[in-house]
Design a protein around this ligand. Sequence first.
Ligand SMILES: *[C@@H]1O[C@H](CO)[C@@H](O)[C@H](O)[C@H]1NC(C)=O
Ligand SMILES: *[C@@H]1O[C@H](CO)[C@@H](O)[C@H](O)[C@H]1NC(C)=O
Length: 350
Amino acid sequence: MAMRGVMMLFFQVLILCFQAKAWHAVRRSFELEQTTAPQEKLHLITDCMHVTSEEGEFSFVKLPPVRSTSKHGAHWMTPGVESAERADPDDPSLGAATVCGVYFVADPDQIIEVTMRQVNVDCRTGGLMAFVDGWELNGQYFPGERDHEKPLELRVQEFCAEQGASAGGGPWPPKTVGAASNAWVFRSSQNAALVQYRIPERGSFVLSARFHRNPKPCNIMAEGLAPYYMLRNYGLRRNCTLTALFPAVVSVVAVEVGEINESVRYCERVRMDDRLEVGGSVGLDPSYQLVRASTICGRSRGRVDLDQTILCGTTSVRLISSGRYSNQAMVTMRMADESDLQLATVICEM
Ligand SMILES: *[C@@H]1O[C@H](CO)[C@@H](O)[C@H](O)[C@H]1NC(C)=O
Ligand SMILES: *[C@@H]1O[C@H](CO)[C@@H](O)[C@H](O)[C@H]1NC(C)=O
């Protein structure tokens, strides 16, 4: 449990570094979630970028800062919030146009279901929320736009609440949403999902997240904790990508890609429709600018352990399938550390 917490923190730190360019400042440094009461699964969202691998209820409240004067001069106060929680007015992440998000990552063979329990995010003051089927960072998506079975328009579902509007006036009832209603339930296609929110003035929301089993995982967000990852196409014409948002040492343990009688080999030079690509990229979508470390084809009988060290913001293993074969690959992925620097196969400019 403690190990998991530490890994999640590390994961979060790396992501924060990774996207620091666009999201100038993140409110406060990443706080460890309170894990003292495991039964009570209510999470208060305090960071602009909140990464979690937990199910449960998540709530966010933003109260408007009120300028008040005292004999010590003008200062900002946030009513109803304790001083420790008080928003820092100099923090640019509180600016009107800031988009924040709750980033969910589940186990590789799970999908994420998000139910909006309460939405008080006023459209008229520029408030907006969105459920993203995957993750978005700096305008790039995981799974990549070309890799997902759904077009981007269907993967990003925006909503807000028309506060004070009569029933049926807006897409959202302004108060509590009934648990029986299915209208505010979203499901991801893979183990990564994101709830984005932009709340310029004031607003709040409560959501609950549940993880369900995915019998046929294709795209996988690696949090770096699984002992190994399986990529499979289930005989279909599709591309499946395993992505980690950290520099990693990737080991291809076993592969079955393409012709049954072909032995495992590197196949950069020959154009093969079915292949496994290992590499890295700067942004989130490896189908754009993947710096390839190796391309592997064929069938291994037993372990091969082809290691590569990818020093990029994003590490990816892509299984590209024509649909003519049942392909699969077993890989391990662990975070690269200093001792791996000299063995780097690929280094991205960051
Ligand atoms: C899979 O990826 C390859 C190479 O990036 C591309 O040529 C092909 O069209 C993709 N296939 C599908 C089904 O998206
Ligand atoms: C594998 O079998 C296919 C036909 O099934 C043949 O065309 C190909 O040359 C064979 N490859 C090797 C390496 O034996």
